[in-house]
Design a protein around this ligand. Sequence first.
Ligand code: HEC
Length: 215
Amino acid sequence: MKKAFIISGLVFFAAITGCSDVKRHPGRVYMPDMGNSVAYETYSSTDRLDTLGVKYTRMPVPGTIKRGELFPFPLAKDAGTDTTNYVLSKQVQNPLKSLTAGELKEAERLYLVNCGICHGTALDGNGPLYNGGSGPFGVAPRNLVSDPVVTNMPDGQMFYSITYGKGQMGPYGPQLDTKQRWMIVSYINSKQSGGSGAAKDSTAAPAKDSATAKK
Ligand code: HEC
């Protein structure tokens, strides 16, 4: 009985001490900078790294695009009053030929978040910021569904204006990625009268009606 008591006491002691895994002296750390990297704050200076000869900029490698992103718009913003690229942009094709129901819903959300305040939830150019001329924004935003300037505008040019801004409208290139901007263009098309949401490319063949086809 006494023996069993001593043995169980020893087992208990071994279990207690065996489970304790606290290492107060972990010993030498080989190359500590690899184990515990130096913390860098977002937007902080990387000068210290430069002095160490480490080239680290936190920017994507020039000429690369992130996975799943569309190719960037090929035209730069016109300088000053030049309109060369604005005119050329008519020829840029919308890479999204049509949107799925889910994408259309997302495009509507993006429109309402970014554009609805001026162009209105009905896309009629009368959002709360303009409010028929009595709002704080003094310049009338375009009616996106019935103004012929917009309804006749090829997708590429609409994309140009959304990306770089137009007159009193600011640029949306920095806020929305390439796909999101093309999605909004397609969304606007889908809301125009008779619009199916299909891409409006300047080179797209005009719809033939049976009368002209017979000639
Ligand atoms: C701060 C108000 C404001 C916001 C927000 C705004 N717009 Fe505009 N938008 C305007 C005004 C004002 C014009 C007329 C600019 C001009 O022709 O001088 C305009 C013009 C346009 C045009 C015609 C461009 C052209 O080339 O003539 C399109 C298309 C357009 N907006 C789409 C959008 C889309 C899409 C968004 C959201 C991503 C948006 N706008 C956000 C005020 C705004």
